[in-house]
Design a protein around this ligand. Structure first.
Ligand SMILES: O=c1ccn([C@@H]2O[C@H](COP(=O)(O)O)[C@@H](O)[C@H]2O)c(=O)[nH]1
Length: 281
């Protein structure tokens, strides 16, 4: 009996059909205020519902940032559950940005929270931190394979502070970030059309030609918009791997709310800039 279709295959199809843009749902308190919403659960619910309504039927991926929902406790988590379900029902793949990482036995529980089909927060993929050792992620890798979901492993993050960990050079001469990319390439070996185990690689990082980004998996690229990177930077940062890049924009789109059409237009402008940049490679 064949299992569920793997995340990588579903993502490739969505990217081909809708373009690769990922829109982040990041209900910052400042954005709620800009949208004329209260910094409470009702404001959170309205914000998230508006983003889903604006773009879930047209972008490949939506990426809710769990922290902004957790801020409101169990009622915030309930809004997150609803948002995930609504986004998936509208055809978007949901990458839960929760950056989980722990010893293996606890990692198994985190994985069940987001990657088990019976979980209320079941998502198509989860961001995870490998900095307790890549092997600590094994339970999440195993469950993702079983449930047809995926992982995005923090390899080279978009923030300037990340370098002190990720560029650190190991005894074998490889950097920590490169080692994570190597683990992912091994995870995705033989997978077609695309592996399900992606890396987070910031679009802000400039020339990455010293890294082997050819992991046969998706590269989630935050940093476009508010953090200063642009769609035009993508070819220079990612080189030939740009075909597997999922560029992620949160505040750059969200600042155009609360109007649904304005949000949609902003997402379409980013999508068009990305199309143009990638077509030139
Ligand atoms: O390296 C990383 C990993 C994750 N993020 C997350 O992406 C968004 C970025 O938001 P913007 O408003 O587009 O800057 C946010 O949820 C981060 O937690 C990242 O920025 N960098």
């Amino acid at each position: 009996m064949s299992g569920p279709e793997p995340f990588g295959a579903r993502l490739r199809r969505a990217m081909d059909a809708r373009g690769p843009l990922c829109v982040g749902i990041d209900p910052h308190a400042a954005l709620l205020a800009e949208w004329g919403l209260n910094d409470d659960v009702a404001g959170l619910e309205r914000f998230s519902r508006t983003v889903v309504e604006a773009v879930a039927d047209r972008v490949a991926v939506l990426k809710p940032q769990s922290a902004f929902f957790e801020r409101f406790g169990s009622r915030g988590i309930a809004v997150l559950e609803t948002s995930v379900a609504q986004a998936r029902a509208a055809g978007a793949l949901v990458v839960m940005d929760a950056k989980r990482g722990d010893i293996g036995s606890t990692m198994a529980a985190y994985a069940e929270s987001f990657l088990h089909p019976d979980s209320p927060l079941f998502s198509d993929a989860l961001t995870v931190s490998p900095y307790l050792g890549y092997g600590s992620l094994s339970p999440a890798v195993a469950l993702a394979r079983e449930s047809g979901t995926g992982l995005f492993v923090l390899a080279l993050t978009s923030n300037p502070e990340g370098g002190e960990v990720q560029h650190a050079v190991r005894a074998d001469g490889r950097s920590v970030g490169a080692t994570m990319l190597g683990h992912l390439a091994a995870e995705n070996a033989e997978e077609t059309p695309l592996g399900s185990f992606g890396a987070v690689v910031g679009a802000t990082l400039g020339d990455l030609s010293s890294y082997d980004l050819d992991i046969n998996g998706p590269l989630l690229a935050p940093g476009i918009g508010a953090q200063g990177a642009t769609a035009a930077d993508l070819p220079a940062v990612f080189g030939p791997a740009v075909r597997n890049v999922v560029p992620s924009v949160s505040r750059g789109v969200l600042r155009h709310g609360a109007d649904v059409v304005a949000l949609r237009d902003a997402a379409e402008r980013f999508a068009e800039e990305i199309r143009t940049a990638v077509a030139a490679v």
